[in-house]
Write a protein that binds this ligand. Sequence first.
Ligand SMILES: [Zn+2]
Length: 340
Amino acid sequence: MSALTATWFDGRSSRARPGQLSCPAPGTLRLESEGEVLEFATAEIELSPRLGRMPRTLRMPGEGHLQVEDSPLLDQWISGRNKVEGWADWLERRRTAAIGAGVATVLGVVLFFQVGLPWMANKVAPVIPRAMEVQISKQAMAIIDRMHLGPSRLPRERREELQGKFRTLVAGLPRADQFKLDFRDAPKLGPNAFALPDGQVIVTDQLVDLVESDEELLAVLAHEAGHHEHRHGMRRALESSAVVVVAGFLFGDLSGTGSLSVSIPVLLLESNFSRGHEREADQFAFALLKRRGQSPATFGTVMERLSRHHGEKDMGAISYLSSHPASAERIEAARRAAEE
Ligand SMILES: [Zn+2]
């Protein structure tokens, strides 16, 4: 049992008596001095605070005081607690900090997915090789074709006429040479249009039937061109796959990342553009239409026609054109753009 050297001033005489201080059992201190043995409950002892290497003073009720060489043992004995209890106390006092750290972590993760990830996707999308855009689009198109689409019933001359107008619409845009307009019959989907990450824009025969002028169709195509110029498709695909990757690291399940090249086209089909992307594509369309001498109001007209046709029903996998943000808001934005 370890003991500390002590000097005892018993309070009755002025003599300094040499002694040994030890802790025979938790909660008890024993002082041995010149053949005399005294025991105290640690709870009754007052210990002076530590001051550099100064000896510590212990006041004992009715028995004067002791001067003891400083030692970590003293605090251990007198605080009456073992190491585990000490840790529990330390943690308890820091519980607020721990809760704060937990909340900050959750906020950080949320911020990462809401802000950081889109920001990164925006940085990464422009450096994705063209060949990958083409490959991903080809795979996605194969899936959509199998599930929803058939060959267009439109006469070839009509298709070529609209393709010519589309070329004129996008002429001079930074990615102009990547655009390609194609048509598909889609009785299940109805009137719709969507852009793939490689610049391919698909319009359903049903949309060509629904619109009352080529200008209305061009307004939709201008919106789809906006998605391609802003690389929304690739950004969305990157964001979706980053969720798979990050979730894999966070939760230790990496099974989702093995087939990323296969899963990107599927992710592309399963997620919609964000409201922000839709608004961005709308604004792009308004500006482009104006530059071509066409009123953005035609976009409002065709959106109105579409939402009347589709109603509020969910269009399922490729609801690219409708639904969000609320059509009414987009129609109103088109009207405002026409008046500016
Ligand atoms: Zn869109």
